[in-house]
Each structure stands twice: as C-alpha cells, then as structure tokens.
Design a binder for this molecule. Structure first.
Ligand code: C5P
Length: 232
C-alpha cells in the first residue's frame, strides 16, 4: 500500500496578507486541491492523508473537499507547530498497512504522476528517494554580515523538492529518533540521512515549483496558462 501525505498546515506568512497559502486560488482552485488531485490521479498511490492547520475547523475543509472531491480514501490529520511535526501527525494518521509513504508540500501544485511513480519505485528499491533538480545558480556560504565564506561546487549541488518517498517504517523510525533527540530538519530525507541510511535523488522537473510568495503565484498562473496552450 502506498500513502501520500500532503502537508498543508503552514501559516504562509511569506505570502503576506490574505488567506493562508494553501487556500489561495490557482486557476480558480485552492492550492491544496491541485496537490491532492495530482496524487488522486497517480495510479501508484492508494490512500491520501491531508494535514491541515491545528486550529482548522472541519467547516473550512469540508466545502473545499466538496468542490474538489477525491476518489481515493482520504484521512485528515491536524498540523504541528513546524512542518516536521505536521508530517509526524500525518504518519500517525496513515493506514498501518502502508509500505511506502510519500510526503508532499501542498505548496507544490505541479507534481506529475510520472515523477511520483519514479519516487515510489526508487523508495521500494533503496528505502528513501527524493525528487531533485540540479542547482542552476552558483551557491555560496556566507557569515551573518554577508561576507562570503565559501563557494560550493555547483556540479554536486541539487535543489531538493517534494514528493519524498520512504519505506513507511524507516520514516516513522527517523521521525521518532529526531523527536527523541530534539533534532529538526528542513526536509524528511534529512531525518533519514542522520540514521546513516541511503537516500536516492530522483531527477525532477523545474516546473515543480514551491509557492512561497505572491510572485510565485504569478509564475504558477503562467505555468497553468502555458499548459493550457495559451502561452508560447
Ligand atoms: O513554509 P514552507 O513553504 O516551507 O512549507 C512547506 C509545506 O509545509 C507547506 O505545504 C506548508 O503548508 C507545510 N507546513 C505544515 N505545517 C507547518 C508548517 C508548514 O504542514 N507547521
């Protein structure tokens, strides 16, 4: 069984005023519905878990789900104070028969079924796999005053995206160890890496952007329009 956890419990402060990021409209549909329907369409996924903000009332989620229903079984979980806590709650709400779990940011509406299938296959073979794209900018390390300390070797740098796919038991173990030891990472793979377990990179597309600020929403609308054939 493959379960996709979609984390949509952030407050989206970088988006500025207005509703939280996951409810912003992209082509007339809340952002979180784009991610949910991508996994609903993906043949390799059996079940869905949606993690919503802690203070969220079912009355907010229900009308959204009624407007964009999913066909696959869907469980709801409440978010944590940080992304890592939200993923952990999503793991606890997953069907225990899950073998492979996918973790995906609701803020990435453009994930494809092919990318999802490649991540699942790589996680079955290696235990852990993340979608990633080679870094196109040169990346420098700097101190607090903005003085460059080091220029990193770009040929070995990857920008990591979601979905990230794992053996369910491995990710649960990694989260429990991190919780016990007070470690917090910026993605789930980092928790598995610290167990000394291999994580495979799966080549992802540059379309799979994360919506962070209002400018990203403009880019996302342009991508949607291009997909509908309205842009060159
Ligand atoms: O803030 P950032 O863009 O890194 O968030 C990535 C994803 O994690 C978003 O989909 C956001 O809703 C989710 N998140 C969450 N719970 C939090 C913080 C972020 O589910 N407490």
């Amino acid at each position: 069984m493959v379960t996709a956890i979609i984390v949509a419990a952030g407050s989206g402060v970088r988006m500025g005023e207005g509703p939280p990021k996951q409810y912003r409209l992209l082509s007339g549909k809340p952002l979180l519905c784009h991610a949910l329907s991508a996994f609903d369409r993906a043949d390799c996924v059996d079940r869905l878990v949606l993690v919503t903000p802690k203070e969220e009332k079912l009355s907010v989620i229900r009308p959204i789900m009624e407007r964009s229903p999913v066909k696959k079984p869907l469980a709801l979980a409440l978010g944590g104070d940080c992304r890592q806590g939200s993923v952990y709650n999503g793991l606890l709400a997953s069907d225990p028969a899950t073998e492979i779990v996918l973790v995906h940011d609701a803020a990435r509406p453009f994930v494809s079924a092919a990318e999802t299938a490649r991540c699942v296959a790589a996680a079955r073979a290696h235990g852990a796999a993340v979608l990633a794209h080679p870094a196109s900018d040169t990346i420098k390390c700097a101190d607090e005053e903005g003085r460059v300390l080091e220029t990193l070797d770009r040929s070995r740098l990857w920008q990591v995206q979601t979905p990230q796919a794992f053996s369910f038991r491995l990710l649960l173990e990694a989260h429990e160890k991190a919780l016990e030891e007070g470690f917090s990472g910026t993605d789930d793979a980092a928790l598995v890496e610290r167990l000394g377990r291999p994580v495979l990179l799966v080549f992802g597309s540059r379309w799979n952007i994360k919506i962070t600020g209002p400018d990203d929403l403009l880019i996302a609308e342009a991508i949607m329009a291009a997909r509908r054939g309205k842009l060159p």
